[in-house]
Design a protein around this ligand. Structure first.
Ligand code: PLP
Length: 382
């Protein structure tokens, strides 16, 4: 070993390195581009139809509509459901902004429900407590890839004649307790193919999937400016189309998804093995690990600690990438202030102060993961 290598800093551990993940698939992605250049059908056409078919087979869902993003998947769905302006949609306050802005943009009113203590979603009693005569839907979010239990929530919706929609943006590859893919309990599931998701495009993309043939037809029309027959616009829609190129790329990457999720699970298991003894010693305020439910797709591995910012700084100093999903809850966001009266949702606010996402992406190596775990262990040993 030379003096130089002895003093060299270890290379950083990325939270997500897409170039590394995609490198083995470059040739197939280039071939997909080449195919599109050859047939020249760059808007909808065979690439989108083929991907919709393949994704439907993967999900076990009869109807899939490829759209421009996970945000537009939600927007098109809520525009298509036939709800009345001002109808209330109960949803979590601890999620990405577009879960709720899409509801608002569709003319409906998002109503935020706090998290159940220690969980990353509200429980059925909390939804029930927030119910009003205007409540027409629940929008549940399978956050971080964790499948939410929805049997009781669906029963609550059924009792009131309300709809359940599942935001699966972070959860493609996750399975519910009955073994089906998430998104099959509600009337529709929505997906995002933002590159950081478990199945990412080389840009933006999304999808809506449903068993409901009428909703399927309606979302398809919404995707094309509300038209079923060319240039006949019966209702308001938008340009929510999935790019043919992105569909072609996604078709190449879809067969990798289950393998990628298995690797995410391995990393999550390694985090659990490394951190469980520390968490047991410290107690839940100082360190809580995510709940390892069967079917979890581990889009993020998110720990909680009341020393979050100091731990993050220590990981940053050691070159380990982390992220905070999310630093503010939705009832605290200006973009939603008009829709939502001032409220205190203490569990969501507490989560915002405590969460820290650690690297769990498929390209992470065992050595990198172990090195990152050592930094966490050393931090809590002090
Ligand atoms: C829970 C959730 N819903 C919706 C979206 C929106 O997806 P997109 O970024 O593809 O519009 C995201 C994206 O981060 C998300 O995490």
């Amino acid at each position: 070993m030379t003096e130089e290598t002895m003093t060299q800093k270890p290379s950083p551990v990325a939270l997500l390195d897409l170039a590394r993940m995609l490198a083995p698939h470059k040739e197939a992605l280039h071939a997909a581009l080449e195919r599109c250049l050859t047939h020249g059908q760059l808007v909808l056409g065979p690439e989108v139809l083929n991907f919709e078919r393949d994704l439907g087979q993967y999900l076990g869902s009869p109807h899939v509509i490829g759209v421009s993003s996970g945000t537009d998947a939600l927007l098109a769905t809520f525009m298509a459901l036939g709800l009345e302006p001002g109808d209330e949609v109960l949803t979590t306050a601890f999620t990405f902004i577009s879960t709720a802005t899409s509801v608002l943009r569709a003319g409906l009113r998002p109503v935020f429900v706090d998290l159940a203590p220690g969980l990353f979603y509200p429980d059925v009693e909390q939804y029930e407590a927030a119910w009003t005569p205007r409540t027409r839907a629940v929008l549940s979010v399978h956050l971080f890839g964790e499948p939410q239990p929805l049997t009781q929530v669906k029963a609550l919706c059924d009792r009131h004649g309300a709809l359940l929609v599942e935001d699966c943006a972070q959860a493609i590859g996750a399975k519910a307790a009955d073994g089906r893919h998430v998104g099959r309990v509600g009337i529709a599931g929505t997906l995002s193919f933002f590159p950081a998701k478990n199945l990412g495009a080389l840009g933006d993309g999304g999808a809506v999937f449903t068993d409901d043939a009428a909703l399927h037809a309606k979302v398809r029309e919404k995707r094309q400016h509300g038209c079923a027959v060319r240039y006949q616009h019966q209702h308001l829609g938008g340009n929510f189309r999935l790019d043919a190129l992105q569909a072609a790329f996604l078709g190449v990457l879809l067969p990798q998804l289950d393998g990628w999720v298995a690797l995410r699970r391995q990393h999550a298991d390694a985090w659990e093995a490394a951190l469980a003894p520390i968490a047991a010693r410290l107690g839940p305020d100082r360190l809580t690990l995510p709940v390892d439910v069967p079917g979890h797709a581990w889009n993020q591995y998110v720990i909680r600690t009341n020393q979050r910012d100091a731990l993050r700084a220590a990981l940053d100093a050691a070159g380990v990438g982390t992220a905070i999903y999310y630093p503010s809850a939705l009832h605290q966001q200006g973009a939603l202030a008009a829709a939502h009266p001032a409220a205190s949702l203490p569990e969501a606010e507490r989560a915002c102060a405590e969460v820290l996402a650690l690297p769990v992406y498929p390209g992470l190596t065992e050595a990198e993961q172990a090195r990152a775990a050592e930094v966490v262990a050393a931090f809590f040993a002090c």
